[in-house]
Design a protein around this ligand. Structure first.
Ligand code: ADP
Ligand code: MG
Length: 274
């Protein structure tokens, strides 16, 4: 089922540590969590050791991987406030090679709690240092805001992957996001890059989808992945079963698109490491 994925890929960071990718867009409902969960699943199926860190108080990535709130013990919140070590928070999912650091509703107050904390922008970076060699890829599922939590994700990451919904206001939000990433790069994390932009919830019956896609490609050129994620009802059904769509219905168009996306990203990563 994953035949299209390249099978021999080196871990991009030369010292053998995980590549850390933040999945971010300050808009809610654009496909961040869906992309994090399904991309991670496709990478894991490709024999990569993958970790998802859920830093959204809503915890959709945790639920979507079958870990309901009452079963979450040590969470990303505990790491950010320095109560636990990262290795204590990692739980295995039912998917081989895929682990998770779940979120907690307490994250909703974390930005205020951390106002006076030491190295408040680097809390996530500092805490995951000890587990970087346990994984090939770490994907951080960000909340829908450009606050301190997302800033922590940007400071901890090598690159940002931006899911973009094909709709009218998408471009406006995107330029704000790009300016923010550039500012973070200058002030906090010089190695931060944009890994790419993925167009999500594409509806081929809707002309606007095409217009937005063309505009984004004009502006960002080959930073935009060739793979486009179609709007597909199977994708939206999967989380209520606590499964990635790749396990829920591997043959649906949404699953196939995420398999292609993983392949494209891993190839791009290989070029970056060459
Ligand atoms: P975000 O994390 O950016 O808030 P989500 O990934 O949670 O966005 O997606 C928002 C909603 O849209 C969810 O209900 C999700 O199931 C649905 N969704 C995401 N991608 C697709 C898709 N390709 N087709 C149909 N529904 C989708
Ligand atoms: Mg989300």
């Amino acid at each position: 089922m994953f035949a299209k994925l390249p099978d021999k890929i080196v871990t991009p960071n030369k010292d053998g540590s995980a590549r850390v990718l933040a999945i971010a867009n300050q808009k809610g409902g654009v496909g961040k969590t869906t992309t994090a969960v399904n991309l991670a699943t496709a990478m894991a199926a490709c024999d990569k050791r993958v970790l998802i860190i859920d830093i959204d108080a809503q915890g959709n990535a945790s639920t979507g991987l079958g870990l309901e709130a009452p079963n979450r013990k040590i969470t990303s919140y505990d790491l950010l406030i320095g109560r636990n070590n990262a290795s204590e928070a990692v739980v295995k999912t039912s998917i081989p090679n895929l682990s998770l650091i779940p979120s907690s509703v307490d994250l909703s107050g974390a930005e205020i709690e951390l106002i006076d904390a030491d190295r408040r922008e680097y809390r996530l970076k500092d805490t995951i240092k000890t587990i970087l060699h346990d994984f090939d890829y770490i994907l951080i599922d960000c909340p829908p805001a450009l606050g301190l939590l997302t800033l922590n994700a940007f400071c901890a990451s090598d690159a940002v992957l931006v899911p973009l919904q094909c709709e009218f206001y998408a471009l406006e939000g995107l330029s704000h996001l790009i300016r923010t990433i550039e500012r973070v790069k200058r002030a906090f994390n010089p190695r931060l890059e944009i890994q790419g932009v993925v167009l999500t919830m594409y509806d081929k019956r809707n002309n606007l989808s095409d217009m937005v896609a063309a505009d984004v490609r004009d502006y960002f050129g080959d930073k935009v992945y060739e793979t486009v994620i179609p709007r597909n009802v199977r994708v939206s059904e999967a989380p209520s079963h606590g499964k990635p769509v790749l396990l829920y219905d591997v043959n649906c168009r949404g699953s196939q698109a995420y398999i292609h996306l993983a392949s494209e990203i891993l190839k791009r990563e290989r070029r970056l490491s060459a």
